[in-house]
Write a protein that binds this ligand. Structure first.
Ligand code: MF3
Ligand code: CO
Length: 283
């Protein structure tokens, strides 16, 4: 035998009953994100949106996955229940006092747990009159997320998801920067678990996809260069060139029946079916 052992991440596989618990968390994530989006308007500040989300977490009997996160990893504990990243902010934006203004492109990233099971999702939207270039950027990111999810199947590999995300972005009419410094991830009894789910890669590579896996797919793309920098607050990730960025994310499960998008209101039925992927919710 060899002295060299390849380190394989231990991936948490969920039973059907555990997946149903993840769905409870995911549904609440979807409802709260919808409410936050509804409340966002010119003159409303990200910090007010964060307070709305915090109140709904409490009402739903859930626990924020974000608040206090990172304290044990050498990062300052994250101070809010949402990440709200505006314009040139890519991800992990700390909700600001400055009110939103018409034209802002806003990403809201949100995660919580119910009974210890986590859900994590992000949306991007424009405030006020839609700007075509920014709307197209957000839509390309959303399409890439769904392409990635729809590429997953039992017996496949994590690289199938990454390759589909990358291909979707590269096939857009506009050339976008694909942020490679941050990835999607496994999720379950913790928000971040192995394996990483990169937004670029090669099909057929990486961890095998098996029944009971839950993954968060979260492409981030920019109107310019994909290079990132982190602000002095140690959280907010911005584009180095100041270009505007978008971010979308869903948590999904590989069930015995197909794919179940736990943080989508409809479980992913519409978007998966449109892509010829197998929609596989559990009762
Ligand atoms: N939800 C982010 C992700 O998608 C992580 C947020 S970091 C936190 O992985 F500190 F805000 F929790
Ligand atoms: Co995530």
């Amino acid at each position: 035998h060899s002295a060299v052992s390849r380190r394989r991440p231990v991936i948490e596989l969920k039973s059907d009953d555990q997946l149903r618990k993840m769905r409870v968390a995911g549904r609440l994530v979807a409802q709260i994100l919808a409410a936050v989006r509804e409340a966002a308007a010119p003159g409303v500040s990200p910090i007010e949106l964060d307070r709305l989300a915090a109140a709904m977490i409490a009402e739903g009997g859930a626990v924020s996955s974000f608040l206090g996160y990172g304290g044990g990893y050498g990062l300052p504990p994250y101070p809010a229940v949402t990440c709200i990243s505006v314009n040139n902010e890519i991800v992990h934006g700390i909700p600001a006092e400055r009110p939103l203004v018409a034209g802002d492109l806003v990403s809201v990233d949100f995660g919580l747990s119910v009974d210890g099971w986590h859900g994590d999702s992000a949306i991007t939207f424009g405030v006020g009159e839609p700007d075509p270039e920014r709307e197209a950027l957000s839509e390309a990111t959303r399409q890439a997320m769904w392409a990635g999810i729809a590429a997953a199947r039992i017996g496949g590999r994590v690289g199938d998801i990454s390759a589909a995300v990358e291909r979707s972005i590269r096939s857009a009419r506009t050339k976008y920067g694909i942020v490679a410094d941050y990835t999607g991830h496994g999720i379950g009894t913790a928000m971040h678990q192995p394996p990483d789910v990169p937004n670029v890669g090669r099909a057929g590579r990486g961890e095998q996809l098996v029944k009971g896996m839950c993954l968060a797919v979260e492409p981030m793309i920019t109107l310019g260069s994909p290079n990132t920098a982190t602000l002095d607050d140690e959280w907010t990730v911005v584009t180095r060139d100041g270009s505007v960025a978008a971010h979308w994310e869903h948590t999904f499960a590989l069930t015995s029946r197909g794919l179940w998008v736990l943080t989508a209101e409809d479980g992913g039925e519409a978007e998966l079916t449109a892509r010829g992927a197998k929609f596989g919710p559990l009762e």
